[in-house]
Write a protein that binds this ligand. Sequence first.
Ligand SMILES: Nc1ncnc2c1ncn2[C@@H]1O[C@H](COP(=O)(O)OP(=O)(O)OP(=O)(O)O)[C@@H](O)[C@H]1O
Length: 209
Amino acid sequence: MPELLKAADLFCERDERILFADLSFAVDQGEILHIQGANGAGKTTLLRRLVGLSWVVEGNVTWHAPVADGDALDGNRFWYLAHRPAVTLLQTPLENLAFAMALHNQVLAPEALWQALSTVGLRGYEDVPAHSLSAGQQRRVSLARLYLDLPEVRLWLLDEPFTALDASAVNQLEQRIVSFAEQGGTVIMTSHHGLHHAAVRPLHIGAPL
Ligand SMILES: Nc1ncnc2c1ncn2[C@@H]1O[C@H](COP(=O)(O)OP(=O)(O)OP(=O)(O)O)[C@@H](O)[C@H]1O
């Protein structure tokens, strides 16, 4: 079976500093690729390149089909949760989640959205504007997408998903990531937070920590 995602000979230079060079790796189904590195090492830049949102990384990325630099992947088949939670502050958590679904050309029953929000601890906050939520609650709005049942979404790209979460939410997200991988899903994530499981494969970029 071909790898789900393959990156070859990636090279990135910013402001005359080489962030990474000759970087090659592949990710298979059921794996969790944990991109690690110091602040500024280029983790977000790399993740954006894998999704096709970066124009500054040379090299080849293949996700079943070639993904050119600046050529976004088919968004219906993966979740990309960026470093900042993509939450529209004037919308409620429910509206944010429904909008994310619409971008995926999906319509789920409202009960499924309520359930996902409840799972991430936002019961009672479904209908308040997101600007009145705390940083951790806004992160949870973004993470609620990971609790929707979308069989065609087999890849998650998560940029620092644990940011602003309390200990129990960190624990819950760890378990969710692991169970997704155990069901054959693939996760590529950046995090300064350690994740310990047999399915985790570290990928270190930049100078040794
Ligand atoms: N738009 C930009 N223009 C110029 N340099 C940039 C730009 N975006 C990022 N950089 C630089 O690229 C380097 C890598 O940034 P990136 O956000 O990928 O790092 P990171 O490893 O994700 O860091 P952190 O752990 O702090 O989130 C940084 O030195 C940053 O200043």
